[in-house]
Design a protein around this ligand. Structure first.
Ligand SMILES: [Zn+2]
Length: 319
């Protein structure tokens, strides 16, 4: 009974139960979940933004939260629109242990200043570490990105320079780090009950990382944007309990689209080779929306585990 199931997150079930059940009928097994706040009783990934850069998809751009027993512990990316979803999720910036950026395209980083300014009104005292890639001619490094936003004398929002100036009083500090990544996963961050690894992935010419967060004996992996070249992502995703991959292009994509993103077949092979337990498809774009059956069919040629297409605010328990 466990085979061929489709994951249906709590929020969708609450709002669209009849429609979803009618649509899925006997083909798939639905996992009913009680309506609850995301991750209130365990570990869960909440999708804050399930879209790409296009606003017409009516989705926030990429962002994910890892909830741990009611606390929002890890924020991965902060694309446009995701700050509003962050508020809607009930999370507070004072709860977050660490921010992880996959890369600095706007659809992954544009709402970071909004989240930071919101945090200004919370009682955060401890530093907030921010990890992301190093830079090149197309992109700032993570330290440059944070300084370009908040440092004097030229930062865009230098009125918040207290956040990045050592010894400043009255504010917590943002602590940005450039990850020296390689084609093999490297340990990036750890605290009392969390370990975080990154691997370099290929996203055209833009420095980019995939992330793995290990907590409570579970592995959660985020591909970020990548064309899937090399086997670093497969190594990172090995035995992941939840694997979030980006469904930005359809099968058969060529040219720039393919240099930047994985088609469904590559997502399926990666998930299969890494033996992930469940696959979530996000970063949905106009060119993949409406083609879910085709995408799922292509992935299932390689990967036989459960697959779900993400929508904003969907909550996926990690068991
Ligand atoms: Zn993107």
């Amino acid at each position: 009974m466990e085979t061929n199931s489709v994951l249906v997150p709590a929020r969708r079930l609450a709002g669209k139960a009849l429609l979803a059940l009618a649509f899925l009928f006997s083909m798939y097994e639905v996992s009913p979940l009680k309506a609850q706040s995301c991750g209130s009783t365990g570990l869960a990934v909440q999708v804050l933004g399930s879209g790409g850069p296009e606003l017409q998809d009516k989705r926030a751009s990429t962002s994910y939260l890892i909830w741990d027993h009611g606390t929002a512990r890890v924020l991965i990316d902060a694309g446009g629109g995701s700050a509003l979803r962050f508020g809607e999720s009930g999370a507070h910036m004072s709860q977050v242990d660490v921010v992880l950026f996959s890369h600095f395209h706007i659809d992954h980083s544009g709402d970071f200043p909004s989240l930071v300014f919101s945090s200004w009104f919370e009682d955060r005292k401890r530093p907030l570490p921010v990890y992301g890639p190093s830079g090149n001619d197309f992109m700032p490094s993570t330290t440059e990105f944070v300084r370009d936003l908040f440092s004097g004398p030229h930062g865009a929002w230098r009125y918040l320079s207290e956040l990045v100036e050592p010894g400043a009083q009255g504010s917590y500090t943002l602590e940005p780090y450039d990850v020296v990544a390689s084609s093999k996963p490297v340990l990036v961050f750890r605290n009392s009950d969390m370990v975080v690894y990154a691997v370099r992935v290929i996203h055209g010419g833009f420095p980019a990382l995939a992330w793995r967060v290990e907590m409570g004996g579970r592995r959660i992996v985020f591909s970020g944007d990548t064309n899937g070249e090399g086997d670093g992502l497969t190594q990172l995703a090995l035995n992941a309990d939840l694997f979030v991959a980006h469904n930005a292009v359809p099968e058969g994509a060529t040219g720039v689209e393919r240099r930047l993103h994985m088609p469904p077949s590559v997502i399926g092979m990666t998930a299969a080779n890494a033996h992930v337990k469940q696959l979530i498809l996000s970063h949905r774009m106009l060119r993949t929306l409406g083609r879910e059956n085709e995408t799922q069919t292509e992935i299932k040629l390689h990967f036989s585990g459960p697959i779900a297409f993400a929508n904003d605010l969907d909550c996926f328990p990690v068991r």
